[in-house]
Design a protein around this ligand. Structure first.
Ligand SMILES: Nc1ncnc2c1ncn2[C@@H]1O[C@H](COP(=O)(O)OP(=O)(O)OP(=O)(O)O)[C@@H](O)[C@H]1O
Length: 240
């Protein structure tokens, strides 16, 4: 099994009395496409917010390649190679596609931007639209632009929150090919509600439920897990 690149131990974040993330242990292995699934409100977005540093942890630890990063702010984690692609609202609609990616790169490093921006745009097939105003892109292309913004940082770990939401089926096929082209150099952690995408793409799956870790395993192991079926796959949330 590949080395663990990012791990959480007893990671906890409550909102008032609500245990959004409650003592979660988690290991992300180098080169994996690791899907995070679970019913609505399970704590998935909060959990990746804790990993990326957007939300401070209440207790527990996060380590990146053995280094404790629990107290590092988000921008410092970006510099260490953890890119979190924000929701679509992070695209600046009045700026060009190129300038959106250039802004993302500036957050991470101060190297010459042009080649890095164009390489990232090529990766997501938007190079020929570099001069286009981002707000005029289709929804699917804006989602790709967000990924380009993350990839421009050349992250070790790319965290995606519901990347296929709102994509047409043809765009989902392209998305899967893109994700497969990133590993193993980049390790991918994605929150995903589309079970076809999860089962097809993920090399490892973690299920959260009510803020707690329910199970981790391969697609076959997760499908066969009775607790997962109860909480999620076979339950009322299967169509999410
Ligand atoms: N800033 C906040 N303040 C208060 N409660 C919050 C906050 N953020 C999240 N929550 C609550 O924490 C719980 C977990 O939310 P979270 O968004 O992490 O779940 P999720 O698994 O990502 O859900 P979904 O699949 O619907 O996106 C929910 O009950 C949510 O309402």
């Amino acid at each position: 099994m590949a080395a663990v690149i990012l791990s959480a131990r007893a990671l906890t974040r409550h909102f008032g009395g609500l245990r959004a993330v409650d003592g979660v242990d988690f290991d992300l292995h180098q080169g994996d496409i690791h899907a995070l699934i679970g019913p609505n409100g399970a704590g998935k977005t909060t959990f990746v917010g804790l990993l990326s540093g957007r939300i401070p942890a209440q207790s527990g630890t996060i380590t990146l390649a053995g280094e404790d990063i629990t107290r590092l702010p988000a921008h410092a984690r970006v510099r260490k190679g953890i890119a979190y692609t924000f929701q679509i609202t992070s695209v600046y609609p009045r700026l060009s596609v190129f300038d959106n990616v250039a802004l993302a790169v500036q957050q991470g490093t101060d190297r010459d931007l042009g080649p890095a921006v164009m390489a990232a745009l090529s990766r997501v097939n938007l190079a020929d639209r570099a001069e286009q105003t981002a707000g005029t892109l289709s929804y699917g292309h804006q989602r790709l632009l967000e990924m380009g913004m993350g990839l421009a940082l050349r992250p070790r770990i790319l965290i995606l929150d519901e990347p296929t939401q709102g994509l047409a089926s043809g765009e989902i096929a392209n998305f899967k090919a893109l994700i497969r082209s990133l590993v193993p150099e980049t390790t991918v952690l994605l929150i995903e509600h589309n079970m076809d995408v999860v089962m097809d793409l993920a090399t490892r799956i973690t299920v959260l439920n009510l803020g707690q870790h329910l199970a981790t395993g391969t697609a076959a192991e997760i499908r066969a897990n009775p607790a997962v079926q109860d909480a999620y796959l076979g339950g009322h949330h299967a169509a999410d």
